[in-house]
Write a protein that binds this ligand. Structure first.
Ligand code: GLN
Length: 489
């Protein structure tokens, strides 16, 4: 059962071939068998999940329609609020914090019949590209346990890749859904800014954050997007209209206009990744799409702009962790000393680095040179992409310049870590949707991710193109060693 898609599981549940409790038991069996090695979960929600599965079985027996995700086990990145489990952001600051409410996306999944099985590891407050910035645990890549799963949604990507759940939610501020999806060989979708409610997502950088699915198939990503997207009165930035995804995607690329981003097809990209992405472009060309190179010069400044804007917003968003209102508090008799020690010991080094960077970028005298410059690049990027979308329906590139790197390889070099996001940050700065899907393997057997980006609210077209590619390549048939070594449930 462990490698079935959400769609298959829901269909079998609806037909009465399998119970929600059996599906859940299989998911827990996989988690128990592999998670001591993979480390995808920070919290496994055994009791609430079992109660939920029982209720679904009861409702189905009574002839009720239980929803499009009925009985499907789902994992949630631990920066999304859940009433029934602590929400830690992988930070010491929130290690014991249980929110009084569910995030809108969590509620919508539950209403569609999904069974939430646990909360997944991430870089502290979603800041990082390897999940190594977690203060609460280590996550390994199911394809090679010595390597990172990517980040910051590394736990969600690893849980899906290892067959523990068919669906997980992540958040993407600069690539945190797509890059771990690429490194773990799964599908990751970052929706249009505002397409999915962020009510109950712990804020990192509010003009960039989006919630989205990680799945093993494109169809599952479409299904989850349909469930979680749409306006939410509790999120003022949610769009009045959800992206429209047809019930049945055809998987066609005929007359699709594909632009290959020149700035992401250079020596800076690992040669095997570059070759796989070129092959993907050739596949589109030989299946009825028109394929051309396009130069987007502002992309070269994307990382610099992102790390000014994201840190500036983070410095404001993280001001609320002061030992008074939320989470952990240092035991000090004086108020200032309490603030200071709480923030010094509650946050890890990367979070503190970003708060300092962001505070600096916003401070008088540096604001024009830093923050405003970042915003200027952001408008240039927007113009570049707008012009590109007059000629192209989708823009193609690698998701990550390299496949999964070794644990520890970049932890002491923040700049090298930041460069892992070179292909992903633009979509967040511009606010457009982007999908990462597997497009091959390197000579070490590590998955390579292909990224497709499109104009705002063009999710349906991205999913169509991704589905066509997926159907022609059957990469899902290859499974990580952490699964292959064991009998399938
Ligand atoms: N890796 C990027 C960062 O460290 C993106 C993080 C994210 O998307 N949450 O900021």
């Amino acid at each position: 059962m462990s490698l079935e898609s959400a769609r298959q599981l829901q269909a079998r549940f609806a037909r009465g071939e399998v119970s929600a409790q059996e599906i859940l038991a299989a998911a827990f069996e996989r988690i128990d068998a592999a998670d001591d090695r993979v480390g995808a979960f920070l919290t496994v929600m055994r009791q609430p999940a079992e109660a939920r599965a029982q209720e679904l079985d009861r409702r189905r027996a009574a002839g009720e329609d239980c929803g499009v995700l009925a009985g499907v086990p789902v994992a949630i990145k631990d920066n999304l609020c859940t009433q029934e489990a602590r929400t830690t952001c992988a930070s010491r600051m929130l290690a014991d914090f249980t929110p009084p409410y569910d995030a809108t996306v969590v509620r919508r999944l539950a209403e569609a019949g999904a069974v939430i099985v646990g909360k997944t590891n991430l870089d502290e407050f979603a800041m990082g590209s390897s999940t190594e910035n977690s203060a609460l645990g280590r996550t390994c890549n199911p394809w090679d346990l010595e390597r990172v799963p990517g980040g910051s949604s590394g736990g969600s990507a690893a849980a899906v890749a290892a067959g523990m759940v068919p669906i997980a939610l992540g958040s993407d501020t600069g690539g945190s859904i797509r890059q771990p999806a690429a490194l773990c060989g799964v599908v990751g979708l970052k929706p249009t800014y505002g397409a999915v409610s962020r009510y109950g997502l712990v804020a990192f950088a509010s003009s960039l954050d989006q919630v989205g699915p990680l799945t093993r198939s494109v169809e599952d990503a479409a299904r989850v997007l349909n469930v979680i997207s749409g306006p939410d009165p509790q999120d003022a930035t949610s769009l009045p209209q959800a992206p429209v995804i047809p019930d049945r995607l055809e998987g066609s690329v005929r007359s699709l206009r594909v632009g290959v981003i020149a700035q992401l097809d250079t020596d800076g990209v690992d040669p095997e990744t570059r070759a796989a992405v070129r092959q993907a472009a050739d596949w589109f060309a030989s299946h009825g799409a028109s394929v051309e190179r396009i130069s987007l010069p502002a992309i070269d400044h994307g990382i610099a702009a992102y790390y000014l804007i994201a840190t500036a917003e983070a410095s404001a968003n993280l001001a609320r962790y002061d030992g008074v209102r939320y989470g952990w508090r240092a035991d000090r008799p004086d108020l200032l000393g309490m603030y200071r020690q709480t923030r010094d010991q509650g946050f890890g080094p990367e979070v503190k680095r970003r708060i300092m960077l962001g505070t600096y970028a916003l401070s008088a005298g540096y604001y024009e040179a830093c923050y405003q410059k970042g915003q200027l690049v952001r408008s240039r990027l927007r113009q570049d992409f707008q012009a590109a979308f007059e000629r192209f329906d989708v823009l193609l590139s690698p998701t990550s310049p390299q496949t999964a790197f070794a644990l520890g390889e970049k932890v002491d070099d923040p700049l090298a870590m930041y460069l892992a996001d070179v292909a992903t940050v633009a979509a967040n700065l511009v606010g457009i949707p982007a999908i990462s899907l597997p497009c091959g393997f390197d000579s070490r057997g590590l998955p390579i991710g292909l990224q497709l980006q499109g104009p705002a609210l063009s999710e349906a077209r991205l999913l169509e193109a991704a589905l066509a590619f997926e159907q022609a390549h059957d990469l899902a048939g290859r499974v990580p060693p952490v699964i292959a070594g064991q009998a399938r449930a």
